[in-house]
Write a protein that binds this ligand. Structure first.
Ligand code: PHE
Ligand code: NA
Length: 456
């Protein structure tokens, strides 16, 4: 039994929906994954496979997920069930992975919240590396009582509490309102960080490394596969998120334009973040008099070690800049976890006909409990396992099955006709080709490559 369609919660405005979708898309991947990936894979030349992947697979799949949710008016499991009963399982698989990802993502956001406060007096001292791995994550710090890291626990409580509070209030009054506050702040933060980054002495060296094109990479198939991987991840595809978000879009609303706007805003954010971060790294390399490649890094190492080091060396307003950087991570992270929790919760609501408030309390309560494992000594190990699990079994497998089921075992023109009815910009047959041939085949190649690595 599904919730009657008339009662389905709705976005108050198209703008609100777009902001929320951008909020989901813009996350850690834009800040700590895209810049380094570009640097590693041919600098400016990487933008060619990146945009190619965006246009041939990322945006088409985004239109597919948004179109599906909009047409079926349901979360992932319900939308797939409306196609064929047995496909509901795929929807559940994707939202289950979503839950695991949220637990993982929430930990990183909790760290960022902790580091936001550490920025002011630079608690990490002269050796951020030692601080992060020993004092912060291990037993040696005073926040550590009986093996529980109370600082991380407090961060987690804040992340889940805030998520719970926002989602409890529903789509229009919760997610949309939050997105309208978060997204302008996030845009301002990334602009400030970029300005600070590119105006530092030595920044140009970093920017050169970020963007200097090496066109020879275009011949390397791995670079192309990396570009597709980044594009799927960065647009939050394969997690049921865009399906759920679009299911709350009023019936007459545009889909295709919304997808394009979301995708390009997300890329713009990545690009700006890259300028800012590589500017800061270039400055650090120059100030230390070491080659750039010794400071270039991504992920946890970039955010929690390299950045604190760079903050230590800034010519002024160190604490304030540190605060801005970690605030940026926090807001980007919360607006992504919000969408993850919503994807899971809306599936539960659609399926079990429980009230939103109950579902949210349940999901956030369980999520908080599950994430507390990361506040113990086992945290880092679990984090590694989950990280691996997400990329291999989440996104790639779900995206692959999704494009195969919808492309080969169903008639994609149902979605095409649907989105063309409501959208200003109409999709043509290129869209069907992009899903059936490009997306399905690339994700298939990626699964085989991952499997090979797994077995090797
Ligand atoms: N799109 C987010 C990013 O780039 C990652 C993400 C994936 C968030 C899936 C939510 C769901 O960081
Ligand atoms: Na992103």
């Amino acid at each position: 039994m599904e919730q009657s369609e008339e009662n389905r919660d709705q976005w108050g405005s198209r703008f609100g929906f777009i902001l929320a979708a951008i909020g989901s898309a813009v996350g850690l991947g834009n800040i700590w994954r895209f810049p380094y990936m570009t640097y590693e894979n041919g600098g400016g030349a990487f933008l060619i496979p990146y945009f190619f992947a965006l246009l041939t697979a990322g945006i088409p799949l985004l239109i597919l997920e948004m179109g599906l949710g909009h047409k079926m008016r349901g979360s992932a499991p319900l939308s797939f069930r409306k196609i064929k009963e047995k496909y509901e399982t795929l929807g559940w698989w994707s939202v289950l992975i979503t839950f695991v990802v949220t637990v993982y993502y929430s930990v990183i956001v909790a760290w960022a919240i902790n580091f936001m406060s550490y920025s002011f007096n630079q608690v990490w001292g002269a050796t951020p590396n030692k601080f992060f791995f020993k004092e912060y994550l291990q037993m040696t710090s005073f926040w550590n009582i009986g093996g529980i890291r109370f600082n991380i626990l407090a961060g987690l409580a804040l992340v889940w509490g805030l998520n719970g509070f926002i989602l409890y209030n529903g789509i229009k009054e919760g997610i949309e309102k939050a997105a309208k506050i978060f997204m302008p702040i996030l845009a301002l933060l990334v602009v400030l960080i970029t300005i600070r980054g590119v105006t530092l002495p030595g920044a140009i060296n970093g920017l050169n490394h970020f963007l200097k094109p090496d066109f020879s990479v275009l011949l390397n198939p791995n670079v192309w596969v990396s570009a597709y991987g980044q594009v799927f991840f960065t647009l939050s595809l394969g997690f049921g998120i865009m399906i759920a978000y679009a299911s709350y879009l009023p019936k007459k609303e545009d889909v295709v334009n919304n997808a394009f706007i979301t995708a390009f805003a997300n890329s713009g954010f990545s690009f700006l973040a890259g300028l800012g971060i590589f500017g800061v790294l270039g400055y650090m390399a120059q100030a230390k008099g070491i080659p750039f490649k010794e400071v270039a890094t991504d992920g946890i190492g970039l955010a929690f070690i390299a950045f604190p080091k760079a903050i230590n060396m800034l010519p002024g307003m160190q604490g304030f800049f540190g605060f801005l950087f970690f605030l940026c991570l926090t807001i980007a992270g919360i607006s992504s976890t919000m969408s993850l929790v919503e994807s899971f919760s809306s599936s539960v609501i659609d399926k079990f006909q429980i009230k939103r408030k109950q579902a949210i309390a349940l999901v956030c309560g369980l999520g908080f409990l599950a994430s507390t494992i990361f506040a113990t000594g086992m945290g880092l190990v679990v984090l590694d396992v989950v990280d691996h699990f997400i990329l291999n079994y989440g996104l790639v497998i779900v995206g692959l099955i999704e494009s195969i089921i919808l492309g080969y075992f169903w008639d994609l023109s149902e979605i095409k006709d649907h989105v063309n009815q409501v959208s200003d910009f109409k999709v043509g047959n290129w869209w069907i080709i992009a899903i059936k041939y490009v997306t399905a085949i690339i994700l298939g190649v990626m699964s085989v490559m991952k499997l090979k690595n797994e077995l090797a």
